[in-house]
Write a protein that binds this ligand. Sequence first.
Ligand SMILES: [Zn+2]
Length: 392
Amino acid sequence: MMWFKRFLTGCAVLSLLLVIGFFTLAPQWVDRNANVVTGGAGPAPSAATLALHQQLLVGDLHADSALWGRDLLTRNTWGQVDLPRLIEGGAALQMFTTVTKSPRGQNYDRNASDAADNITLLALAQRWPAAAYNSLFARAMLQAERVHTATERSSQLTLIRSQTDLSSLLSQRANGQRVVGALLGTEGSHALDGELENIDRLYTAGFRMMGLQHFFDNRLGGSLHGESQTGLTRFGIDAVKKMHAMDVMIDVAHSSEATVRDTLAATGNAALIVSHTGFQGHCPSPRNISDETMALITEAGGLIGVGFWADVTCGESVTAIAEAIRYGVKRFGASHIALGSDWDGSVTTPIDAAQLPHLTQALVDAGLSEADIRAVMGGNMARFLKEHLPPT
Ligand SMILES: [Zn+2]
């Protein structure tokens, strides 16, 4: 029975290798394959564009970079965002959004609330602490901790929680320091684990933007990609009222149109954020809400972050992003349009954070005025934060 013993030993060794591979290689392998840069950045920016880009205040409303466990302070050869690339791209502000649940078989049309969850597998591979298996709140806090740790280890990355923090970042930048402000947001308020008090806890941890839904209906109400297409529940109404009262910016990027209308009603027409999206009128896609609903948001002073991936721009290149932005500027007004890349959100994009000057070039080529380019590349985001962050 020697062969059988050898067979068993072989199986044991193979299993061990698979286990080691799962814990060491799988998280990075998934990250590398989920967050791809295509190289559709177009030609190198001109000297005039680079000079313009250097004067811009550049900001982005959505990146899921804290999910992957990648060192945010090291320049990585994969993924789309880290501090060195943000600095190289001339970025001043980056919202880091925390992903806590993502349904197996995720699609833009219809996802069940009780579908198996992909993040649990990632949590296992990254060996997250036990709390993060059962609690989505713990998952948001774990990713926030990664951003906190990065800001503590770097003098060039700083957490923005208030108007005071923002002012000091902007004056540092005005003095020529290449510092980047990090903000924290949630991707879906299932991260509250059904407790309104968790809004306070997330706020204390520095969260200043809270998304209401992700790909499925949750306790707050209907998702744009859920089964019900309903609006806010009673709990959802209480939650958005509490967020609004606490100066938490509300993100409806994955919410059903009914949820958007209910949120406007519950908050007395608060200025909402759609942190990463495209426009139905430019790119008919189940990922984009109707222009009519978008108009309700912008008429109430809202801010729309234009995404960088093909499902929202209907194109693979940086020109497609510029075209989506140009459509938004014409349809809703330049003061309501911003960047919402969705970098590191399991999307393929033509540029990474280091290549932001290519987007400025594409906006120049699309015929946007210098004032409009200033506004959409980050001026609007900075103004919106000044208006909506708590004073101190
Ligand atoms: Zn998203």
